[in-house]
Design a protein around this ligand. Structure first.
Ligand code: PRX
Length: 636
């Protein structure tokens, strides 16, 4: 029996129980049977969850790109590894075979070495969704450089904060990016960012939009001539199982983003295993995930998971609404996509359009359709299931996080019966638990609590880059000995999980994980602003939108409200990026605070939602009178 793939419900329970009883044996078999190693491990796992220290596959030696590319060449050399679908539907799609991918990665790996990039050096990548993005990621992994992809929607100062935190030596970008009908000047954002990034020695620039750019002498180089000069053979670096593979930044409850560090072997095993199970991938399938490689979903389920399984993976440069609202469905039809993986926010925005857009296209190749990034509401779930999946392709509602490295709770298609809005059951190998307010584990079903994981799994992040203390405090201290996800969940009568949302100061807007603190920090830097508090409120398309309560230094300065609102949003755009703009801004004379000075967000959240019931006891507030005033001024 192989534990790599579950084929029916009985087997699911068998594997699951085995994975709980004998987790070491379970993971040992998966790692042993499905990968190429230079050297196997002495021990499967070592951990101390109190100290947040976890290591998998001790002393094993491996290179993830040998597993993503080289080992497929004999059998799948001429198979398409990547289909690139450009932003403009009139531009021809590219089919990159495994042989070609090998050549491209090898050449870039050699160029990196020639540039002086060594194992352990950090390389930041700020690129649109073009093949070079995947190639750059893989070329770094080939030579053991640690990649840190920064989503190309972030502003210059957000880029600078990330580049400086990981002290990158090299940055890879492009002249510009196409996004629907717009062209975005990526290189000039990088030029601005790098004014404050002393560690970056070189910038490589991919030519994509032919936008005019300034090239800084000695620092900036066009990428194409560099790779053209190289040989298409490159020795892969021998990596220890626990050598860093990548850093990916995610928001937290302070202004500083958290650089989640993933290491080599555990991440490899986990992303491959989860891809195989969740997407029921078979040899001639065409798999498409619409996420951006700048987020974890793109790392695990556009690049690593699919390539580790020798799959064909689509990289889509565009947006769902360009040139028209049927772009997703047109691409599925065009490339005969069999697995489609997207986000609830995209589903909701397309569900608002006439379904003639969907019905125009042949979606009969689809076998599995997935959702990720935030809770999917019942209406969107049904729309997706009925109109896209045609009630025959199961919806896999996959719950996981940047920190978990791969999918943790999800239906396995054709195995686990789906239930609208439920992520259903944990994958074999994953042990979720619900905790009550007294920090005890809740044993029974039909209950709700804080979602924790009680045994380590290979894909989990190992630390926050440069700040292990913060890692331990954020994830392992609230419920000592357990990994705390920051999410709340329900468990139904049969043990299915439904994720209800964040229980901390993170708000998910259009599937983007935004911490309130960095947005507040950005707003507070505006010269007129004294203090601010951001909360989320339900939004039809985005899931949540942001509501800002702001006090000003000078009472009455809000009389020129429209300008100020515009300026504050511009401030947020330039500090973080347009994704973090506020939908509603209310100027207030004070924020409700506890006697110790903590802002009572719970109350603000209720006001933003328009729910004026049950504020709880407000008499303990420092300034209870402010609540009525804020209620009256609420923006509808
Ligand atoms: O709140 C959960 C929500 O997204 C958070 C993780 O965000 P991020 O690290 O950006 O990773 C997103 C892609 C994996 C989680 O803590 N979330 C993610 N997937 C789901 C979800 N909430 C409900 N249902 C999901 N399927």
């Amino acid at each position: 029996m192989s534990y790599y793939k579950v084929d029916n419900l009985e087997q699911y329970f068998k594997h699951y129980n085995k994975s709980v009883r004998e987790p070491r044996k379970f993971w040992d078999r998966i790692a042993d049977e499905n990968f190429t190693w230079y050297q196997k491990w002495d021990k499967v796992v070592e951990f101390d969850m109190q100290e947040a220290d976890v290591k998998w596959f001790i002393n094993a030696k491996v290179n993830i790109t040998k597993n993503c590319i080289d080992r497929h060449l004999a059998k799948r050399g001429n198979k398409t590894a990547i289909i690139f679908e450009p932003n403009n539907p009139d531009e021809e799609a590219q089919h990159i075979t495994y042989n070609e991918l090998y050549d491209r990665v090898a050449k870039m790996a050699n160029a990196l070495r020639k540039q002086g990039i060594k194992k352990g050096d950090r390389v930041c990548i700020y690129l649109p969704m073009i093949p070079e993005l995947a190639v750059s990621v893989l070329a770094c992994a080939r030579i053991g450089a640690v990649h840190s992809v920064i989503f190309a929607g972030f502003s210059a100062s957000a880029v600078a904060a990330r580049v400086n935190d990981c002290e990158a030596k090299l940055l890879i970008t492009s002249d510009g990016a196409y996004r629907g009908s717009k062209t975005i000047e990526l290189k000039s954002i990088i030029d601005e960012a790098l004014k404050t990034c002393p560690t970056v020695e070189n910038v490589w620039v991919v030519k994509r939009t032919n936008t005019d750019v300034k090239m800084v002498e000695g620092r900036d180089k066009w990428l194409q001539p560099l790779v053209d000069a190289e040989d298409a053979n490159s020795v892969a670096e021998i990596m220890d199982a626990e050598d860093p593979l990548f850093i990916l930044y995610t928001s937290g409850s302070t202004g500083k983003p958290k650089g989640m560090l993933h290491t080599t072997a555990g991440y490899m095993v986990y992303s491959a295993y989860t891809f195989k199970n969740i997407f029921a991938y078979e040899e001639n399938d065409v798999y498409w995930c619409t996420a951006d490689i700048g987020w974890i979903t793109g790392h695990s389920y556009i690049v690593y998971g699919p390539l580790l399984n020798g799959a064909t993976t689509v990289i889509f440069e565009g947006v769902p609404s360009y040139p028209e609202f049927d772009r997703f469905w047109q691409v599925i039809d065009k490339h005969k996509v069999t697995q489609f993986y997207t986000a609830p926010t995209a589903i909701r925005s397309l569900a608002k359009e006439d379904w003639k857009w969907v019905d125009k296209h042949d979606l009969s190749t689809l076998k599995v359709i997935g959702s990720v990034g935030e809770p999917i509401n019942e209406e969107a779930w049904h729309w997706y299931n009925d109109h896209v999946g045609k009630k025959k392709s199961p919806v896999v509602d996959t719950w996981w996080q940047t920190e978990t490295g791969g999918i943790m709770i999800s239906p396995i298609p054709f195995v686990t019966p789906t239930k609208p809005t439920y992520a259903t059951l944990p994958l074999p190998g994953i042990q979720p638990v619900l905790m009550d307010e007294r920090r005890n584990e809740i044993e029974e079903n039909q209950t709700a609590g804080s979602l924790c994981i009680k045994f380590p799994w290979p894909g989990m992040a190992r630390t926050i880059w440069g700040d292990h203390k913060r890692f331990k405090e954020t994830y392992f201290s609230t419920f000592p000995g357990k990994y705390f996800t920051g999410d709340g969940a329900l468990r139904d009568e049969v043990g299915y999980y439904r994720i209800t949302g964040r229980v901390d100061d993170v708000i998910i807007v259009s599937g983007h994980n935004l911490g309130t603190a960095p947005i507040e920090d950005a707003i507070n830097e505006h010269p007129s602003v004294a203090e601010s508090a951001i909360v989320g409120f339900p939004h039809d398309v985005k899931g949540n939108a942001l509501y800002g309560f702001i006090t000003l230094k000078e009472a009455g300065a809000w009389r020129n409200q429209d300008n100020l609102i515009k300026e504050i949003n511009e401030h947020i755009s330039s500090h973080i990026g347009p994704i973090a703009k506020l939908d509603k801004i209310q100027f207030v004379n004070g924020l409700p605070k506890t006697r110790s000075g903590k802002i009572m967000r719970r109350i603000l959240r209720k006001i933003a939602e328009g729910d004026f019931s049950n504020f709880g006891d407000t008499t303990t507030l420092l300034n209870p009178e402010i609540v009525d005033e804020i209620k009256e001024g609420r923006i509808n």
